[in-house]
Design a protein around this ligand. Structure first.
Ligand SMILES: *Cc1c(COP(=O)(O)O)cnc(C)c1O
Length: 584
C-alpha cells in the first residue's frame, strides 16, 4: 500500500503484455517488450511518475534449441520470480466465465539516473485458491489458443487496473496501452467512473471521460496482427454486462471484437511508431485520427562499455541528455575505431564461448538478429549464392552472424532458420555464417554493438518501426536496410548507412531488393570498409551523431509527454536537472 500522499500523486500507468527489463526475467518475446522496458527505464531516468503493469509469464517465452540442420525445439524458460521480485501483499479478483480468479503481483523497482524509481508490477494467478487451469493463465507469453489469450487479457487489463487501485494509486491520470492486448482496461476505467452502477449501457459522457484518460500506441501494420475475438467467446469469458458495454461502445465489427478498435474507441490520443506507420495505420483505420511518435531505445542500456567510456570522456552530458550525442561529431575517428574494435572483440569472444566458432576480427562482419518470422526475410541475403560468392572473391571477405527465435507455432519462421543453416553449409569455406541460439536481451547487446554492418530486410510495409538498427547506431554500426519503418527517416544515404532499394513508397519487389542489396555490398560498402577505412569510420560517427542522438527512448518519452500525456503533463511532471540529482 502506498502512503496516502504517494497514492494521490498523478501517475501514468503503462500497460504492456510483455516487458523486458533484465536478462534474468524471460518475460518478453522481442521488440515490443524491449521497447516497454526501455520506455520505463527512461521514465525512471527523467523522474516521470510512471508505473508499469504486465503479466508474470512464469514459464517465460521459451528456450530455443537448434539441431545441426537448424530445426528448432522449445522448452519452458522457467524462472523463480520469488528470488528476483518482491511480493506485493495486495490481492485482487477478476471475474472470468462467472468465477472469481484471484491475482497477486510481483514488484520490480527500476531506479533511474535521477534516483527516481518506477515500479513495475507483474501479475500472477498461481494462487492456491484458483482452479488448476486459472493458475496457468500467467504462465505463457503468446502461448495457448484465443480463449487462453482473452483470459490473459482480462487479467492484464481489468486485473491490472484493479491491482493499481488496491495498491493505492488513486490518481492515474493517463492509462497508456502499449499495443491492444491491454485494451480491456478501458472497461475498468468506465466502471470506476460509474462508481458501482451498471456500465451495460455506456453513455457518451462516460465514454468521453474514459477517452480523456487513455492513450493507445499501435504497433502492427497488418490487420491479421491485431487480436480479434468472436462475440460468443467474449460473452462467455466477460459475461453479459461487460459484453453489452462493448456493444454500446460499438466495439464489435461483424460479430468480432477487435482489440485495436476497442483501444481506438476509448483513447483521446493514438499513435503509430514511425512516420510511415502512421500512414499505414491511417489507411487501415480511416475513421480515427492517428499521430506518430517514432520508437527509440534506451541509450545507456544499449551502448557497449567501450563506447560508454568514449562518450563519458568527450560528452559526459550524454547520459542524462541523449541529445548531446549529436556532439559525437567532435570525437576522433581513431577513438571511434578503437571503441568499435573492443566491442567487436567482445562479441567474438562471446560467440566463441557459446559455439566454439572462431571469427576473424579483420573481416567485415554483418549482423542479422531479430524474431525469426516470414516478413523479416532473414534469407534475402542468400537469394543468389553465386552472386554472393563472386562479391566475396572480388570485393573482400564477409562473415555473417544470425540470431532469433521463431514462435513455436510459426512454421514459416522455423523454415527460415533452417534455410540459413542450409546457406551456411552451402557457403562453407567461402562465407562464414554462424546462427546463434537463444537470441535475447543480453546477446543482443553484443551483436548489435559488435558487428560492422546491421542488415535488415523486412518486406514492406510490415516493419512498423524496428529498433535493433537504433541499438546498432548508438554503437556506430551503420545499417543496410530496406526502406521501411524507422529507416525511412533514419537513412541518409552513404552518411548514416545505406538503403536497399531506392524508394519506400513501392511495395517490396524481392528481385529488385536482392540486386540492390548485392550492388550496395559489392560497389559501395565492402570496398569502403577495406580500402577507405577512414570513410567507413566517418559513417560510423554520423550514425551516432545523427541517429543515436534522436532514436533513443528519452526523446521518445518526452514526445509522449508533450503530445499524448499533454493534457495533464503540467501537473504530472517537472523536470529534474542533473545538479539536483543525489550523486552520493
Ligand atoms: C531490439 C530487439 C528486438 C527488436 O528487433 P527488430 O527486428 O529491430 O524489431 C528483438 N529481440 C531482441 C532480443 C531485441 O533486443
Amino acid at each position: 500500500m502506498l502512503s496516502e500522499n504517494d497514492g494521490l500523486r498523478p501517475v501514468v500507468a503503462y500497460f504492456c503484455m510483455e516487458v523486458g527489463l533484465d536478462p534474468a526475467l524471460p518475460t518478453y518475446a522481442g521488440g515490443l517488450g524491449m521497447l516497454a522496458g526501455d520506455t520505463l527505464s527512461s521514465a525512471a531516468d527523467l523522474g516521470i511518475p510512471m508505473v508499469g503493469v504486465t503479466l508474470l509469464h512464469r514459464k517465460g517465452y521459451f528456450r530455443q534449441h537448434l539441431d545441426e540442420k537448424g530445426a528448432q525445439a522449445e522448452t519452458a524458460a522457467t524462472w523463480t520470480p520469488e528470488t528476483l521480485l518482491e511480493a506485493v501483499p495486495e490481492h485482487v479478483s477478476v471475474t472470468i466465465e462467472g468465477r472469481p480468479v484471484r491475482i497477486r503481483a510481483w514488484l520490480y523497482g527500476l531506479t533511474g539516473i535521477s534516483g527516481h524509481t518506477v515500479p513495475v508490477y507483474f501479475l500472477d494467478t498461481a494462487l492456491p485458491e484458483n482452479t488448476a487451469w486459472d493458475r496457468t493463465l500467467t504462465d505463457h507469453l503468446y502461448g495457448g489458443d484465443s480463449h487462453y489469450r482473452l483470459c490473459q487479457e482480462v487479467i492484464l487489463g481489468l486485473g491490472g487496473a484493479a491491482m493499481l487501485a488496491a495498491i493505492g494509486y488513486r490518481n492515474v491520470q493517463v492509462y497508456h496501452m502499449n499495443e491492444g492486448h491491454s485494451a480491456l482496461l478501458t472497461l475498468a476505467v468506465a466502471m470506476e467512473l460509474s462508481e458501482g452502477s451498471s456500465i451495460g449501457e455506456l453513455s457518451q459522457v462516460t465514454m468521453n471521460a474514459v477517452r480523456r484518460r487513455c492513450v493507445f500506441t499501435t504497433h502492427t501494420p497488418v490487420p491479421a496482427g491485431h487480436d480479434r475475438f468472436p462475440a460468443s467467446l467474449v460473452s462467455q469469458v466477460l459475461g453479459e454486462e461487460l459484453t453489452s458495454a462493448l456493444q454500446s461502445g460499438r466495439c464489435f465489427l461483424d460479430g468480432i471484437l477487435n482489440m485495436t478498435y476497442l483501444a481506438f474507441s476509448f483513447s483521446h490520443y493514438v499513435n503509430g511508431v514511425s512516420m510511415h506507420h502512421e500512414e499505414i495505420a491511417h489507411s487501415m483505420f480511416p475513421n480515427y485520427p492517428i499521430n506518430s511518435i517514432t520508437n527509440g531505445v534506451h541509450a545507456v542500456n544499449w551502448t557497449s562499455p567501450s563506447f560508454k567510456e568514449v562518450f563519458d570522456r568527450h560528452i559526459p552530458e550524454w547520459r542524462w541528455d541523449n541529445l548531446y550525442l549529436r556532439y559525437a561529431v567532435s570525437i576522433d575517428l581513431g577513438d571511434i575505431r578503437e571503441a568499435h574494435a573492443h566491442a567487436k572483440q567482445a562479441l567474438m569472444n562471446e560467440v566463441r564461448e557459446r559455439t566454439g566458432e572462431v571469427l576473424d576480427p579483420e573481416v567485415l562482419t554483418i549482423g542479422f538478429a531479430r524474431r525469426a518470422t516470414a516478413y523479416k526475410r532473414a534469407d534475402l541475403l542468400f537469394s543468389d549464392l553465386d552472386r554472393l560468392t563472386r562479391i566475396v572473391s572480388r570485393a573482400g571477405p564477409l562473415q555473417v552472424l544470425y540470431g532469433g527465435k521463431a514462435h513455436p507455432n510459426d512454421d514459416g519462421g522455423k523454415r527460415l532458420i533452417q534455410s540459413i543453416f542450409a546457406a551456411a553449409a552451402a557457403l562453407r569455406d567461402k562465407v562464414k555464417i554462424v546462427y546463434l541460439e537463444e537470441y535475447d536481451m543480453s546477446l543482443a547487446k553484443y551483436v548489435c554493438s559488435g558487428v560492422d554492418l546491421w542488415l535488415n530486410t523486412p518486406q514492406k510495409p510490415f516493419e512498423a518501426s524496428g529498433t535493433s538498427g537504433m541499438k546498432a547506431a548508438l554503437n556506430g554500426v551503420p545499417s543496410l536496410s530496406v526502406l521501411d519503418g524507422w529507416w525511412i527517416e533514419g537513412n541518409v544515404e552513404g552518411v548514416t548507412g545505406w538503403a536497399i532499394g531506392d524508394t519506400w513508397e513501392a511495395e517490396s519487389d524481392p528481385a529488385r531488393e536482392t540486386s540492390s542489396l548485392y550492388d550496395k555490398l559489392e560497389q559501395v560498402i565492402v570496398p569502403m570498409f577495406y580500402q577507405r577505412p577512414d570513410e567507413y569510420s566517418r559513417v560510423m560517427r554520423w550514425a551516432i551523431a545523427i541517429n543515436g542522438s534522436y532514436y533513443n527512448a528519452q526523446r521518445m518519452l518526452l514526445q509522449y509527454l508533450n503530445n499524448a500525456y499533454v493534457s495533464t503533463s503540467g501537473a504530472l511532471w517537472s523536470p529534474k536537472y542533473p545538479h539536483e540529482y543525489d550523486h552520493g
